[in-house]
Design a protein. Sequence first.
Length: 179
Amino acid sequence: MIRLALTLATALAAAGCASHTNYESPYIPGRLATAKLEPTKGNETSGTVTFTQRGDTTWVTANVSGLKPNATHGFHVHEKGDCSSGDGMSTGGHFNPTGSPHAAHDAAAHHAGDLPSLIADAQGKASLKFETKAIGVDSGQPTDVVGKGLIVHANPDDYTTQPTGNAGPRIACAVIQKS
């Protein structure tokens, strides 16, 4: 009887662990990177963005303030992790390791760096949470964002102008760093 109880307890414990192991969530530790957005010269936009990869999915969480109230702002990963120019131009163009056209983040083909737009509320604050398989965090893949630049633009992305989306000046800049 004791042997049967131990076998049953072991089987139940293993089944419980198996179902929990497959649970994907941004709250389960994974490869983590952060970006601290600082305003470019003459601007006031700042914020924090986290990237958490677990499996082939990366969860992105952004909290940004100092935006134009009730406005949409382009938001992109750029190819160089360099904010030294003061205007964000030292980050180069959009991060595009696959050679895809610029498009909306949910389009079938788009730059790896094409992220969903930030939409500011009446106080000029935006929060954004999404998951993606288009980018990675420190996984050794060409789409890894660690060491890349992160830019908030003054205007909305039109998702058609190549290769930038015509999102206007760069109003905040960050380097994405492994955490």
